[in-house]
Design a protein around this ligand. Structure first.
Ligand SMILES: [Zn+2]
Length: 159
């Protein structure tokens, strides 16, 4: 059975980007392991293309992250909605921090849904004392406002 390539590794300066796409499960285990073998500097895990992840995939991801944690700083970039669901449930903060993620938005007037890529540093304001995350609003075509339609509390732990 042919499997889709799931991990692409790019080296640049003092960082390594691992771009992961598709379904993260046991079928990509060997390729995924190879992606973690030649790393240098900060490891940027681009999780924007992950459409589905199994519990096996979550375990695999955590195992590899635990393996490199002492030698590399890790950043989670462009986390897909699927990955945001995982960050909502699980604690990844011991492995690295989230730099950007896809947030679900909804219009308060017409109910239209949208997905917006938010940059944690640029777009959000985190108030740790009150556990509040301030997120930007966007105008909707109907004249209403698009606001975040999800809890962003996971950002406090992972920022
Ligand atoms: Zn609207």
């Amino acid at each position: 059975m042919a499997t889709q390539p799931i991990a692409t590794v790019t080296h640049g300066g003092d960082r390594t980007e691992i771009r992961v796409v598709g379904t993260l499960d046991h079928t990509g285990a060997v390729e995924f392991e190879q992606a973690f073998t030649k790393l240098r500097g900060t490891v940027v895990l681009n999780l924007g293309g992950i459409t589905r992840i199994t519990s096996y995939g979550v375990g695999m991801l955590m195992r590899h992250l635990a393996g490199i944690g002492n030698q590399h700083k890790v950043e989670f970039a462009e986390c897909s909605e699927t990955m945001v669901d995982q960050f909502q449930m699980l604690q990844f903060s011991r492995y690295g921090r989230i730099t950007s993620f896809h947030a679900r938005y909804a219009c308060t007037r017409c109910g239209r849904n949208d997905v917006v890529l938010l940059d944690v540093q640029r777009d959000l304001k985190v108030e740790r004392a009150t556990r509040t995350v301030h997120s930007p609003e966007y105008p909707c075509g109907c004249g209403g406002r698009l606001v975040v339609d999800d809890s962003l509390e996971f950002v406090i732990e992972h920022a």
